[in-house]
Structure formats: C-alpha cells, structure tokens
Ligand binder design. Sequence first.
Ligand SMILES: *Cc1c(COP(=O)(O)O)cnc(C)c1O
Length: 225
Amino acid sequence: MSVNEQNYKTIFEKTKAAGACLVAVSKIKPVSDIKALYDLGQRDFGENYVQELVEKQPQLPADVRWHFIGHLQSNKVKYIASFVHLVHGVDSEKLLLEIDKQARKNNRVIDCLLQVHVAQEETKFGFDGAEVTALIDRIVSGSLALPNIRVKGLMAMASFTEDVETLKQEFTAMKTLFEKNATHEAPNLKLEILSMGMSGDYELALEYGSTMIRVGSLLFGARGY
Ligand SMILES: *Cc1c(COP(=O)(O)O)cnc(C)c1O
C-alpha cells in the first residue's frame, strides 16, 4: 500500500495528545489508499473536488466522515448535501444560503466552518477578520437565518512558506479571532473547531491552538498532478 503507516501513527498520536482531530486529505488518491488508512482506524477524510468525492463516497464504508475542504461552488452543493460531514471552506454568504437550502431539501443540518483569509498570498479564498465577525454577528442576532446550518468554527490556510515567524503570526491571528468570536453563541452557531495546519505546518498549528489539522502528503505521499 502507498500509505505511510509510520507517519500516520506519529501524526495521529501528536494530534490526539493535543486534543485535536486529524483529517486525512485524500484528494487525487485512489480509493484503495483511503481504504488502507480506514483499516488502520482513520474515519475522517478530506476531499477538494465535488466530482471526485461523489465518485469515491459510495465505494467506501458508510461510517467515513467526509470533510469538504476545497473551494465549493454554490451550484455543486446539491451533489454532496446528502452525506457531507463538515464543509470547511465556506467563504461567502451566497454559499451559506445554498448549503442551508440543500440541507433542508435533504432534511438535515450541515455543519460548516467559515474560511478566513490570513495568508499573504492573493489567491487564497476567505473572509477577512472584520467580515467574519460581522457575519457571525448577523447569524447570532438572527438577521441572517440559516436554520439548516450549524456554524462550528473557523478554517484557514496559512501562507505556503517555511518562514516560521510568518506562520506563527498567522496562527496567532486565527486563534485570537477564534477566541474573540467563540463568546458568541446561538442555536445554530458555536465555535468549537479551528481548522488549520497541513503537512508542512501541522505541528506548529497544533502548538498554536488548532483543533483540526488537514494532512495529505505526509500520509499518502506527494500528489502527482
Ligand atoms: C490539499 C490540502 C491540504 C493537505 O495538504 P498537504 O500539504 O498535502 O498536507 C489541506 N488543506 C487543504 C485546504 C488542501 O487543499
């Protein structure tokens, strides 16, 4: 199998020691790799592409928790709404409204994370800190009604850099924003999850307060696009 079992055990233990959750990012990787990690006990898997997720989901056991971690287009929500466990990258009000609508059609509540833009790169999606705070205020006050959504936290992608100081600054900014907004609560909003940290920076992310890391290449090997 092309799953790195030793890395899995190490990362799993470190995540557990930090009281966090490990999402194994399986984009581009075959179902057989996912099954291999499943057999080692992993249940949370992250995918980036709707079509790929829709193809893989029926081929794996029903107790897999599928995290959608990519950029989700509103017109594709309907394909994953019946089974998705957590949508990490919610970056617009339009998308929130569409997830709410599709969740209602499927008679369920869908858990979501709001994506925050902390990285210096221009290309990363997400709200800035002020926007996310304003959005949370509107959800809590009820002026934005989302009965079939539960906002469970925030998600961020740090800069793609090896500069530890930059990463520390970004993780700290996220943690501060998270704590500030965690005092707000409503029936459909409670910030419990801070999703940050990938193969290159997961240890630092855990140290800086991440509660959910998304790790791909360390578990499944590099992705050959
Ligand atoms: C691909 C991806 C990951 C995993 O990246 P690795 O560097 O392979 O661990 C994590 N989060 C998001 C949003 C991704 O797209």
